[in-house]
Write a protein that binds this ligand. Structure first.
Ligand code: ASP
Ligand code: MG
Length: 404
């Protein structure tokens, strides 16, 4: 018995014609799949439209009410798809988050899934239906509707695939898979045939456009094989996201970056135990995510510390640190938004040496200065001046992903 979960994103069900196309695709695929559950997003633009409607009244709508409102987008697309399938004589039934018993916590607008009652889904599958589920939504312990955060239908789909122990979860979208780099910047970027969960999470800036990162975490936890494919070119193989990825053949799987970085430098900080602890404790208390940290060699008991934060948090970070200036003897706090991070990612790095030096060489070859470096087992990132961002990505892609 073959069980699969398909998920169609907003652009795949963006119009009635597209919904019919999706219905045809499902009808054809159903011949090879015994049990098929289809999770849908709202029609393209619908969620934003509903949000705007709420904001007509207030900038801060109550989150409980927002959730009920936003969940209606997926009700529309799921019921329309079931109707479209039925019109093609493919038996289908639509179900809401409540009807599949998608239980979540009560953090409205970004709820986390707790459990799914699979018996209702199975009942409908056993009757020969394609079960069309409204993604993005659940209910909390009070029976109130919750939503899973923007892009949350991916997480609905993976969670349902895990709960049904499906053979795989196919995410149908408007791109043909996960790229080795952002194709708008790197013209010869290509589609990866395989990628591991860990790489996918590290490549968030590439992957997040395709998959909500939480869905990848969930897929990793429950070992769900995920395939990312194009709705409009369904015969292309797409990208398989799984445990191993492509360990054998590639050292680097992708090149990515983040322009939304800012650097804060604290000059003349006392070089004694506990100083870094108190600075970063304050930032953590302020829920500021610090990424790269560099501390210079001290001179006469004073040192400089630099770190990066998301660019839109820079003012808040400065405000948090300023009160510490006197106590820690900080002579100056400098902030700089014109920096960007570029990264190379690959599980193959675990067993290869020389990737870091190759990366530094490529950047040096382009005359790009490295401001800070961080590494993990499968990723190396360098902070550079933002104006070199595109150049660096292209050069790195060329070195690591170019024709071998
Ligand atoms: N409709 C929701 C959104 O636009 C959820 C989703 O598409 O996955 O974020
Ligand atoms: Mg999406």
């Amino acid at each position: 018995m073959r069980t699969e979960v398909f998920k169609f994103g907003g652009s795949s069900v963006g119009s009635l014609e597209k919904i019919r196309h999706v219905a045809e695709l499902i009808k054809e695929q159903k011949n090879n799949i015994d049990n098929l559950v289809v999770v849908v997003s709202a029609m393209q633009g619908k969620t934003d439209e509903l949000l705007d409607m709420a904001k007509f009244f207030t900038e801060t709508p109550q989150e409980r009410e927002l959730d009920l409102l936003l969940s209606s987008g997926e009700r529309i697309s799921s019921s329309l798809l079931a109707i479209a399938l039925d019109s093609l004589e493919c038996r289908a039934i639509s179900m809401t988050g409540r009807q599949i018993g998608m239980k979540t916590d009560n953090t409205h607008t970004r709820a986390r899934i707790k459990s799914i009652r699979t018996d209702k889904i199975w009942q409908n599958l056993k009757k020969g239906n394609v079960v069309v589920v409204a993604g993005f939504q659940g209910i909390d312990e009070y029976g109130d509707v919750t939503t899973l955060g923007r892009g949350g239908s991916d997480t609905s789909a993976v969670a349902i695939a895990a709960a049904l122990e499906a053979d795989r979860c196919v995410i149908y979208t408007d791109v043909a898979g996960v790229y080795t780099a952002d194709p708008r910047i790197v013209k010869n970027a290509s589609i990866l045939s395989e990628i591991s969960y860990d790489e996918m999470m590290e490549l968030a800036s590439l992957g997040a456009k395709v998959l909500q990162i939480r869905s990848v975490e969930m897929a990793k936890r429950f070992n769900v094989d995920v395939v990312v494919k194009s709705t409009f070119e369904p015969n292309l193989p797409g990208t398989v996201v799984s445990k191993e990825g492509d360990m054998e053949n590639k050292v680097v799987s992708g090149v990515t970056g983040d322009k939304n970085q800012a650097r804060i430098t604290l000059l003349g900080v006392a070089d004694k135990p506990g100083v870094a602890a108190s600075i970063f404790k304050k930032l953590a208390d302020g829920k500021i995510v610090v990424d790269m940290i560099v501390q210079n060699i001290s001179d006469k008991g004073l040192t400089d510390i630099s770190f990066t934060v998301p660019a839109d948090e820079i003012e808040r970070a400065k405000q948090i640190i300023s009160p510490l200036a006197e106590e820690l003897n900080i002579s100056e706090i400098k902030a700089d938004k014109d920096v960007a991070k570029v990264s190379v990612v690959g599980v193959g790095m675990r067993n290869h040496y020389g990737v870091a030096s190759d990366m530094f060489n490529v950047l040096a070859g382009e005359g790009i200065n490295i401001i800070a470096i961080t590494t993990s087992e499968i990723k190396i990132s360098c902070l550079i001046e933002e104006r070199y961002f595109e150049l660096a990505l292209r050069a790195l892609h060329n070195k690591f992903m170019g024709e071998k």
